[in-house]
Design a protein around this ligand. Structure first.
Ligand SMILES: Nc1ncnc2c1ncn2[C@@H]1O[C@H](COP(=O)(O)OP(=O)(O)OP(=O)(O)O)[C@@H](O)[C@H]1O
Length: 297
């Protein structure tokens, strides 16, 4: 049996004439946090629904800790936070979570979990009076119930304020730390760049990239940006280094990862003429654009 928590092998799914998932492979190991990226309509939610057993797929195979999607074992081991999470408005947060705990047989310390997601003051208020962020937090408490092996989070931070986003990623880290594999479908590139272990990119149902940020960056070979601040003569510095003047006293140049050390040596050789240096590797946004565009060609 595979030691992966989630495996998708050659999964295909069509809706009418439209191929929504085209021969998709994806694996998540226990404790791994993977970002699933892609444009609107790329197939992210469909992939998640296939894993949950909520929609059928025509070809390939999906296993959740060895079990088939929708089976009792798979459902017991999987937690799901949809993008627009909805609960019964007349129940309080405490009643709703207690109900989930009873129905799922997961048990758990309901007040403790509500406290963990920041709903300690609101747990006895009706959900109908919760804000979107509070409902999202309640959804997260539900994910934490029963220590799932797999958590599927669809746009978990949409509508959350910056502090709530940080709280949410801290909880995701905790989940991963206890061995839960976490798949996060998102458009929030800056967030997932810092908080996930691997990036998977879907384009029109095709998985066009699936690797660590560092490996994707190496494979793409995108340039590194070097910004050098001159002591007093930026024109001379720009002429010598072959870069462009920016912000008055600085010079910006791009170099390939392979040429980076050589460029740094040339800058260091300029001695006192240089007062500062900033080096920016390609960001996930650049990589995302690169892989999405590559797939179009
Ligand atoms: N119930 C449905 N019936 C018909 N087509 C559907 C249905 N659900 C999704 N689709 C189509 O499947 C494709 C993939 O949709 P999906 O919702 O998986 O994309 P997504 O990557 O989650 O997009 P978004 O980022 O906008 O949420 C789209 O072309 C969409 O129109």
């Amino acid at each position: 049996m595979s030691d992966m928590t989630l495996t998708l092998k050659s999964v295909c799914k069509s809706r009418g004439k439209l191929c929504v998932l085209d021969d998709v492979d994806l694996s998540l190991a226990p404790g791994e946090r993977v970002a699933l990226l892609g444009h609107n309509g790329a197939g992210k939610s469909t992939l998640i629904k296939c894993v949950l057993g909520l929609t059928s797929f025509a070809g390939g195979a999906i296993h959740i800790d060895g079990a088939r999607p929708g089976s009792a074992d798979a459902r017991r081991n999987t937690a799901y936070l949809p993008e627009a999470v909805s609960f019964h408005p007349a129940l309080t947060g405490r009643e709703q979570l207690s109900l989930f705990a009873q129905l799922s047989g997961a048990g758990g310390d309901v007040p403790g979990l509500l406290d963990r997601v920041g709903l300690d003051d609101a747990m006895d208020r009706r959900i109908g009076a919760y804000s979107k962020g509070m409902r999202q937090r309640l959804g997260l408490a539900q994910v934490l119930l029963g220590r799932p092996k797999l958590a599927l989070l669809d746009e978990p931070t949409s509508g959350l304020d910056p502090i709530s986003r940080q709280d949410l990623y801290a909880i995701i880290d905790e989940l991963a730390g206890q061995g839960t594999a976490v798949l996060i479908a998102s458009h929030a590139l800056t967030e997932v760049e810092a908080r996930t272990d691997r990036i998977a990119i879907l384009r029109k149902g095709v998985m066009v990239a699936d690797d660590t940020l560092a490996n994707l960056s190496d494979l793409a070979g995108l340039p590194i940006r070097l910004r050098v601040r001159a002591r007093e003569n930026p024109e001379a510095l720009a002429a010598h280094l072959g870069g462009n003047r920016v912000n008055g006293a600085a010079v910006e140049m791009l170099c390939s990862p392979a040429d980076k050390m050589q460029a740094l040596r040339r800058i260091a050789a300029m001695g006192e003429a240089v007062v500062d240096l900033e080096m920016t590797p390609p960001r996930l946004e650049d990589l995302y654009r690169h892989y999405a565009k590559e797939a179009l060609q």
